[in-house]
Design a protein around this ligand. Sequence first.
Ligand code: FPP
Length: 260
Amino acid sequence: MNSYPQHIAVIMDGNGRWAKNRLMPRTVGHVKGAANVRHIVKACNELGISYLTLFAFSSENWRRPADEVSALMGLFLQYLESEVAEMKAAGIRLRVIGDRSAFAPLLQSRIDQAEQDTAHNTRLNLTIAANYGGQWDVLNAMRAWQLANPNKTLQDMDADALAAHLSTADLPDPELLIRTGGESRISNFLLWQTVYTELYFTDLHWPDFDAAALKKALQWYSQRVRRFGRTDEQVSDNPALAPEQSASVLPDLGAGLKIS
Ligand code: FPP
């Protein structure tokens, strides 16, 4: 069995269908989705999860109707304005990954400010992926590596060198990726970082993904055998090959989940 994952990544899908099922505009689903971000961040912080990375806006989401894009931008701005003081007090460090240069100057400056204001927090590392794409991240990292190593060629680059230039260079790879909304795909999220990530798909729409649903995902994760390319026998004969699966770190989901 596994302990809690150190890093959970989430594709928050299904806001639009949540609203449509209730005969409401899609943007109402996003409002509910933003409220749920608050609940799940709090739940993860209470559980002692160290890293939570949320896919809030993909590079491809610009293709949505202009009013929906602007509603999402407005919600992001509102989220930063209303949550940062509480994050600061709760020990949450906020980072935003993605190409923020496409955002309005006000949003960019609020993002910079929020990152600065929470930079010394160490309890939960919350990363919001906004105007983010996994392919963009890898290409960007290659370019950054080349800029930092002008006298080398791509033949000199290895996986660690590339990873050091990804937008997630300071974060461990996620052990668990949750996607809500019933689809089973990665949709250009953390492509490089999810090579050994356990993928959990649920039909729940994001606004309905509550603390109990998170607990279910963690229980599912705790049953996964992580082999990292090895065989079952190698891992069971030598538990040190999969240290996080030792009996001493069994999760106590019942006691750990005091979530309001
Ligand atoms: C996917 O649902 C969701 C998004 C594209 C945006 C996610 C945004 C939020 C949860 C709110 C704002 C975020 C923050 C961090 C404050 P969808 O619209 O694709 O749903 P559908 O598949 O049912 O149409």
